[in-house]
Design a protein. Structure first.
Length: 318
């Protein structure tokens, strides 16, 4: 059964009516096919109207949709011969980050992805997509390995942020994230990052300081979650919708600000309605972004990447 968000209630009612008509035992007698067709057209118009004017908070809800394709879906749909590698060679394995070599459209690549999980068991296994320090150290190890063997890097980001527990802080969470960002900037190979759901805080940018940053149409990317921002500024998490508006978390805002490079369209109603189509669309975007980078020398890649991130936030002197 499809999960509907609160603002999708009008569509949910129409689709429930369509399903009810389809289950009728003798549809031909009541000319139900025509009615189903009319209701389907109406539902599509309603969905198009809703998704054509989503607020930042509504986009946040879509980005967190439980049926939205996760990192594992991206790997399954885009990467062949994927071989996950484990451990940071210092402390432990962290299941929130999945990483290893594979092939994208037949070419060898290194994949680094943050996995949230799709049901309770997998969410617990992957710590709800919140990596610990060893996860970021594993990611850094993969970036360095990719540089050694000349493998382009593809990263898939979907996290509300790094794990904030005391044990993570004790093992150097901030240092692990900082070194991860440094490794991204120093990578001598093409690097494409995609925000597929949530891109939260330094926990996201640790594997997203890339040559090209792609972002799904209804994903979000921010320094903190809207709820966290609301708790700090207003001491009231209920102000999250206002925080989302002020923070400019949407792909459209971030493209305009120059934080991301390209918006990847989603199927009507969000990636969760047609996951296979959404994954295929992302594959095309990655291939397009990767092609010109393959011809660049390592030093040119590094220099251009660093210039890109240093330029963010600069303002003209009046």
């Amino acid at each position: 059964m499809r999960h509907f968000l609160d603002f999708e209630k009008p569509v949910a009612e129409l689709e429930a009516k369509i399903e009810e008509l389809r289950r009728m035992t003798d549809p031909g007698e009541l000319n139900i096919a025509q009615e189903v067709s009319q209701l389907s057209d109406k539902a599509e118009r309603q969905l198009r109207n809703l998704y054509g004017k989503l607020t930042p908070w509504q986009k946040t809800q879509v980005a967190r949709h439980p049926e939205r394709p996760k990192a594992k879906d991206m790997i399954a749909g885009l990467i062949t011969e994927f071989t996950p590698l484990a451990g940071d060679r210092a402390f432990a394995e962290d299941a929130a980050i999945i990483a290893g070599p594979g092939r994208f459209q037949g070419e060898p690549v290194m994949v680094i992805a943050i996995e949230k999980g799709s049901d309770l068991d997998s969410r617990l296994k992957h710590n709800f997509g919140s990596p610990r320090p060893e996860g970021y150290r594993k990611a850094r190890r993969m970036i360095e390995l990719a540089g050694r063997f000349g493998l382009p890097i593809l990263s898939f980001v979907d996290t509300s942020g790094a794990y904030p527990g005391i044990d993570a802080e004790a093992r150097g969470q901030a240092e692990a994230i900082a070194r991860g960002i440094d490794a991204c900037l120093a990578a001598p190979v093409p690097f494409i990052a995609t925000i597929i759901g949530e891109g939260g805080s330094g926990g996201a940018i640790a594997i997203a300081a890339a040559d090209v940053v792609l972002m799904y149409e209804h994903a979000i990317y921010s320094v903190i979650s809207p709820e966290g921002c609301a708790a700090i500024l207003w001491e009231d998490r209920a102000m999250a919708p206002q925080a989302a508006e002020a923070m400019k978390v949407t792909a459209q805002d971030l493209k305009r600000l120059g934080i991301i490079d390209r918006i990847v369209p989603e199927p009507l109603g969000g990636a969760h309605r047609a996951p296979d189509a959404a994954v295929a669309q992302l594959g095309e975007a990655i291939a397009t972004a990767l092609a010109p980078l393959k011809t660049m020398a390592p030093e040119a890649l590094r220099a251009k990447r660093r210039e890109k991130f240093l330029a963010m936030g600069q303002s003209a002197v009046v």
